[in-house]
Ligand binder design. Structure first.
Ligand code: 5GP
Length: 177
């Protein structure tokens, strides 16, 4: 099978991750330790690259959630599958997502993590489908805005395929079956 067409190249991702890391490092410079919470599975490559480019003290945690979807369409219901392993009370939290589509997943995460009294909570996503937003959710750091299309690669999948592609590619509706 052919590889999906390129939407965002490896080079563009590298440049943008550098810029995000510089911005985040500067914003947190006087705050001390930040807890980066990567949302599995899709954020694992972005988190690995972003965390290695930061120049501030940071620790890594993971959460896994499952968003109920009928194939590629969100139903809006979100469930936690795996929680973080440490106490985040009084700590600065940065949620690291692969993609924000309708916003339901991020809203759920902000609600659950925010209730644990962190010192602050911010959000970072590599990709944002602004046209698809269904709920109002605050995103502090956005890598790229994209249209309403299904993307794969750099951690993102379609039915567990294509996560290891080094770039972000698009899957056409016909290929999704
Ligand atoms: P939301 O709750 O914002 O609608 O959806 C967020 C989750 O949906 C993401 O974390 C991701 O798992 C999935 N998702 C939404 N759009 C895409 C896409 O284009 N490609 C992939 N691989 N996952 C997506």
């Amino acid at each position: 099978m052919n590889n999906p067409p390129v939407l965002i190249s490896e080079e563009k991702i590298r440049q943008r991750v550098d810029e995000l890391a510089a911005q985040i490092s500067s914003d947190y410079a006087d705050k001390g330790d930040v807890v980066l919470i990567g949302i599995l599975k899709g954020s694992f490559i972005f988190l690995a690259d972003l965390s290695r480019r930061l120049s501030i003290p940071r620790t890594i945690e993971f959460m896994a959630v499952s968003s109920y979807r009928n194939t590629s369409v969100s139903t809006g219901a979100v469930r936690m599958v795996m929680d973080v392993r440490s106490n985040i009370e009084n700590r600065h939290v940065l949620i690291v997502e692969d993609i924000v589509d309708t916003g339901h997943t991020l809203k759920y995460l902000i609600g659950i993590l925010g209730s644990r009294k962190p010192a602050s909570i911010r959000t970072c996503t590599l990709l944002h489908k602004a046209e698809s937003a269904e709920v109002d959710v605050r995103i502090d750091y956005i890598g790229f805005g994209i249209g309403d299309e299904w993307v794969v690669g750099y951690g993102l999948d379609y039915a567990e395929r294509d996560r290891s592609l080094p770039y972000i590619g698009t899957i056409q509706p016909d290929d999704r079956a």
